[in-house]
Design a binder for this molecule. Structure first.
Ligand SMILES: Cc1cc2nc3c(=O)[nH]c(=O)nc-3n(C[C@H](O)[C@H](O)[C@H](O)COP(=O)(O)OP(=O)(O)OC[C@H]3O[C@@H](n4cnc5c(N)ncnc54)[C@H](O)[C@@H]3O)c2cc1C
Length: 400
């Protein structure tokens, strides 16, 4: 049976960044990355807004605040070094009424605490910069950018393989068994052993941790992020990324207008409960996923606490005029015919038994394994600092 020093699970941006950095730090170690899909980056990493977040929203002192800021700089440097596309086009957070204007001031203060430069724009200045956007004022964040995280992942995977790392795709973990000396890993077609394991399983994070008998106080709940794409003749409608001012009581950022790196513009994502963790069709349903949620007390608590907004999201997911109204609040010239189909993404969101959404990045460990348990947005931006953090932990915990 083949033995590796370290096996990683998950070929999303977090798993690949970690594999690459582990191999850089420990060139002599045998490292294998296993991905269950036929190609890398098929789930969250390949289905997101492509934004290099600056770190506007995050609690000062949190891992998110730190990793996002460092991750943005690291991502830009990586793109420059490897000739990958990026555009530091900046972002406008648009306030449309007095309440949002007050919330904007709170966000401005949070940016100051997080060391992020902002510029406050009046309604007139906003219209001068963005003739199609209407609002009472806006906060400009120049550091925000866009990129293609699938291509970044592919480049890191190539670097990992070039340094002697191995990647196995199309192989799911069926069995994980930790003993005092090693971990026995049962794959679909073969079995192997590893001295140490690092799991970066995205939407499957909790299941992988449970396979290692790690006691957890959370479960992954999938939240669909449904997008539309504007027709090509609308590609110049905005010069920056346009975001609403988020309601602090709601868990997600609200639908935004995003310039994509291929020149198109998307609208979205909304946030609707998903009934299949990795099922992208509107009516996809998985019995195991549904039963897992319906028997989990945290699910009912989070539904209860967000019932009104959850029902509104669900209605507007099915009723395009409702979805459109969310975006017309600050981009009034858009019409129903501008909303063209675009692939859905599904967020892996950890929810505690008490029904709280885990906001920060979350990790867990057993004797011989490390697990990324909660890596929602901005984890694509933050992937390299997350990997750096995991490498530190692995080096220390596994005495590499
Ligand atoms: C709609 C949406 C918009 C977003 N927008 C942004 C954004 O603009 N900017 C940003 O920074 N972040 C954004 N994010 C967040 C970001 O995409 C994710 O946080 C990030 O991609 C997480 O990467 P990951 O590697 O942890 O997970 P994933 O990309 O989901 O990868 C996990 C991998 O593990 C594999 N896996 C799972 N179980 C097994 C198993 N048993 N065996 C083998 N392999 C397994 C899966 O197949 C998958 O490939 C967004 C997310 C969504 C859903």
């Amino acid at each position: 049976m083949k033995h590796y020093d370290i096996v990683l699970i998950g070929g999303g941006i977090v798993g690949v960044a970690t594999a690459w950095q582990l191999k850089q730090r420990h060139p002599g170690a045998s490292v294998l990355l296993v991905e269950k899909e036929p190609v890398l980056a098929l789930h969250q990493t390949g289905r997101n807004s492509g934004v290099i977040h600056a770190g506007v929203y995050y609690q000062p002192g949190s891992l998110k605040a730190d990793f996002c800021k460092r991750g943005a700089a690291w991502t830009l440097a990586f793109c420059r070094e490897h000739g990958l596309p990026f555009d530091q086009c900046g972002k406008l957070l648009v306030a449309t009424d007095d309440l949002e204007y007050d919330r904007m001031a709170a966000l401005e203060e949070r940016c100051r605490q997080n060391g992020i430069h902002t510029e406050r724009l009046t309604a007139v200045e906003l219209t001068r910069r963005e003739p199609h956007i209407a609002g009472a004022g806006a906060l400009f964040v120049a550091a925000t950018g866009i990129t293609d995280y699938t291509r970044i992942t592919a480049r890191m995977a190539a670097l990992f393989e070039a340094s002697g790392g191995a990647i196995l795709t199309g192989q799911s973990f069926r069995e994980l068994d930790e003993s005092a000396l090693e971990i026995h890993i049962g794959l679909e077609l073969t079995s192997l052993t590893a001295s140490f394991l690092v799991a970066c399983g995205g939407l499957m994070a909790d299941r992988l941790a449970r396979m290692m008998h790690i006691p957890l106080d959370f479960q992954i709940i999938p939240f669909r992020g449904e997008y539309y794409r504007l027709p090509p003749e609308r590609n110049r409608i905005v010069n920056h990324l346009i975001y609403p001012i988020p309601d602090p009581d709601l868990p997600f950022l609200g639908v935004h207008l995003t310039r994509m790196i291929d020149g198109s513009v998307t609208v979205g994502p909304n946030a609707v409960l998903g009934w299949k963790r990795e099922g992208y069709g509107r009516f996809n349903l998985c019995l195991e996923d549904c039963l897992g949620m319906l028997t989990y007390p945290g699910f009912w608590r989070v539904i209860g606490a967000n019932l009104k907004s959850g029902l509104a999201e669900f209605r507007d997911s099915l009723y395009r005029p409702g979805y459109l109204a969310r975006i017309r609040k600050y981009c009034p010239s858009l019409s129903i015919s501008d909303l063209r189909p675009y692939p859905v993404g599904i967020r892996a969101q950890a929810v505690t038994r008490r029904g709280e959404l885990v906001h920060d990045f979350l990790f867990a460990a057993s004797e011989r394994s490390l697990h990324v348990c909660n890596a929602p947005s901005p984890a694509a931006t933050s992937a390299m600092p997350i990997a750096d953090y995991l490498c530190d932990k692995a080096t220390e915990q596994f005495s590499l």
